[in-house]
Design a protein around this ligand. Sequence first.
Ligand code: SDX
Length: 454
Amino acid sequence: MGNTQPTPPSGELRATGTLDIKDSRTDKTYSVQILQGGPEGDTATRAMDLRQIKTSPDEFGMMTYDPAFMNTASCKSAITFIDGDKGILRYRGYPIEQLAEKSTFLEVAWLLRNGELPAQPEYDKWVHDITYHTYVHENIKTFLQGFRYDAHPMSMMCSAVAALSSFYPEAKNIHDPASRDISIIRLLAKMPTLAAFCYRHSKGLPFIYPDNDLSYTENFLSMVARMSEPKYEANPIFVKALEILFILHADHEQNCSTSAVRAIGSSQVDPFSAIAGGVAALYGPLHGGANEQVLRMIAEIGDPKNVPKFIDEVKGGKGSKLMGFGHRVYKSYDPRAKIVKKLADEVFKVVGVDKDLEIALKLEEAALNDEYFVSRKLYPNVDFYTGLIYRSMAFPTDFFTVLFAVARTSGWLAQWEEMLNDKEQKIARPRQIYVGYGERPFASKLTDRFPKAK
Ligand code: SDX
């Protein structure tokens, strides 16, 4: 019996009840709809339904106050499902564990965008199109050479992706499906090239051009590592590890950088500019920059015997957080971290276990048994072991987040296009609750309004 495909989800919200809200200031009761998403049961009320709650007709009306959007659904989405308590992550319904084991990054990139797995002819064309768009304009090389040798590669990537939009002015036609198609192909194809060029610039090495005979991940490793040999032979363990890591990092619903891409894209700017904003958000140490910080934290600890003292410092609020631990959504073990840890074991069987891995394992063991972390539901997240694998592949620490950005481009683009196609979406423009002065007359304290700089 063939595997019975489930009915495709409607992608729509449905009313499943009402919420009665009584305003004690007016004794009025309001009834607002409870909306539900898919079978997993996410529920919400429309914030706009609260605007009717007023004490007088000329009032603006009630808003919700939610710093950092801790409990706000900014959109409805059918791309990624996370259950933070159960440690579940699925792309378009497929469990991350199965995708990591059996899929490829480009198959996942297709799935995230199109909602279904590609048939072979679709996949062949997708791989061909991406393979044949990996070159960047030669001026990008000159652009990158303008950076100092020690420029952070995420700073270079953010700039280079934004610069790419100037080479494809037609990318502004975001409502034209064909224009979106070629922009998505160009971005997926060129991110590895830009990343590799940034790496080569920082090493003072000549840029290596794409090799169309190689797969997406092999080609990336070739552009990073090839020297004088005519054909780069990638270590199959590293190719497999990178393919899996790209799959694990491809999407993660409305995380900080994806929310940034959606907000920037909602102004109807071209996708290159929106993705550049995603790179900038990912750069932050609390987000994608955490994998780099984990390695710096491990280097600072220096020896497994220093772990207890470091843990005490974290608990005492001194020094850094335990980087690579904790998550806004996962209040149990990040399912990706489990897969990465298993991958790290495989990679270290090849390259040898080192002190840093011992420190990481000791840190994890200490934290998982310590009330401070357990009570705050702080578990290893995807970044905790990833850096150790990247480092074993000889990537420099400040390059780890670039690898995250290459992979997350697939998710950012899928989310960007879903936002554009969502009839309920418009330019993102949150409100605020004003807590400043009331009106007051201007009374300057200056006696000389244009002082000459001394
Ligand atoms: C990613 O959103 C995503 O999906 C992101 C991501 C993706 O795929 O896109 O999964 C990728 O960004 C993973 C997270 C990588 N960041 C880190 O590893 C940095 C370290 N982690 C923390 O900064 C923190 O856990 C966050 C930012 C990840 C989540 O922060 P929250 O949800 O805002 O939680 P919080 O800061 O309110 O913390 C709750 C409590 C606080 O203690 P109290 O004030 O209650 O005493 O837990 C503490 C925090 O101080 N805490 C930590 C901690 N994380 C939270 N204490 C020590 N070490 C930590 N890592």
